[in-house]
Ligand binder design. Structure first.
Ligand SMILES: [Zn+2]
Ligand SMILES: [Zn+2]
Length: 345
């Protein structure tokens, strides 16, 4: 089968690889129908994620069809259409029993990281019963690809951790796919104001279409002042960090209101300053999280009922044999006005 393989920092290639096989009775082999590229894949290609070794097939998102099952898989049958979760969970360890699947002692984020991922014709999924979700009949499978990672990530790490409330004021720093997923799912709670902050005017325009009440281009370094202007000098109840660089975490500290929450989503590769000398008396909380995907079944229902439409995040489509072009487009997202790209047969 053909697969997109990590060849070391800055290097990737499409290669012929053997078909994955069932390795444990709880495994499934899934034929990938649609997949996508995540910002995390770009981090890996920069060499930022040392757990990814040479020769790894990348990708942790996708929708597919069950090809083969281990003898212990109880809830699926060959031919079932499934959403692949970016998090694999055994369902039995101490962390899984707490609903903290991201820290499963034998799973977590392993797909396209420590085991081969979804940017291939087939993928082996461990713990199939608890790591795959059935595609509802008639569902739009493009939308469901957004349920593998970005929708639960924006919702759990941003909206839930950020304690978004009816009537509250939120700011999301970073209008990439995950920041926009947070914006979409924050609307479940009817915040009074949703401010999107980014360097890219196109992404800010998209934010307005997706429900932002104000947008700020932070290029001029005056984003904090502008947020204070919009909020009457108070700041925001929830500041969601969806970039993963020190400057965006600092901005969150500048705009969080007393009693507010800074909810970090971004993948940070370097240390970031925390200004406790300004924040110690502000009654704030700072949260971090790797997505647990505990909200996936709920989010699936909201997608099915059209309460949320993640398809609006898809900007480009590619055939599987054009995956290098898909990387080129997604890797220069600002130039190409790219958000999520769909890669399919
Ligand atoms: Zn991802
Ligand atoms: Zn577990």
């Amino acid at each position: 089968m053909r697969a997109l393989v990590y060849k070391g920092p800055g290097q990737k290639a499409v290669e012929d690889r053997p078909m994955p096989k069932i390795a444990a009775p709880t495994d499934a082999v899934v034929k990938i129908v649609k997949t996508t590229i995540c910002g995390t894949d770009l981090h890996i290609l920069k060499g930022d994620v040392p757990t990814v070794t040479l020769g790894r097939i990348l990708g942790h998102e996708g929708v597919g069809v069950i090809q083969e099952l281990g003898g212990a898989v109880a809830t699926f049958h060959p031919g079932d259409r499934v959403i692949v979760s970016c998090i694999s969970s055994c369902g039995k360890c101490e962390y899984c029993r707490k609903g903290m699947y991201s820290h499963c002692t034998t799973g977590g984020w392993i797909l396209g990281n420590t085991i081969d991922g979804t940017q291939a014709e087939y993928v082996r999924i461990p713990y199939a019963d608890t790591s795959l979700y059935r595609v509802p009949a008639g569902a739009d499978e493009d939308s469901l690809v957004m349920l593998s990672d970005i929708l639960p990530t924006g919702f759990e790490c941003g909206v839930l951790n950020g304690k978004v409330q009816p009537g509250s004021t939120i700011a999301i720093v970073g209008a990439g796919p995950v920041g926009l997923a947070a914006l979409l799912t924050a609307q479940f709670y009817s915040p009074a104001a949703s401010i999107m902050i980014d360097l890219d005017d196109n992404r800010l325009e998209v934010s307005t279409r997706l429900g932002a009440t104000a947008t700020i281009n932070s290029k001029d370094g005056k984003a904090a002042e502008k947020v204070m202007g919009i909020t009457g000098g108070r700041g925001v109840d929830t500041a969601i960090e969806a970039v993963g660089v020190p400057a965006s975490f600092l901005l969150c500290q500048d705009i969080v209101a007393p009693g507010g929450v800074i909810a970090n989503i971004g993948v940070h590769g370097t240390k970031a300053d925390l200004h406790l000398e300004r924040l110690w008396d502000r009654n704030i909380a700072i949260t971090t999280r790797l997505v647990d995907t505990v909200s996936t079944p709920m989010l699936l229902k909201t997608v099915q009922s059209r309460k949320v439409d993640p398809k609006r995040l898809i900007t480009h489509r590619f055939k599987r044999d054009m995956i290098l072009d898909a990387y080129e487009t997604f890797g220069h997202a600002a130039k190409n006005n790219a958000l999520k790209v769909i890669i399919e047969d």
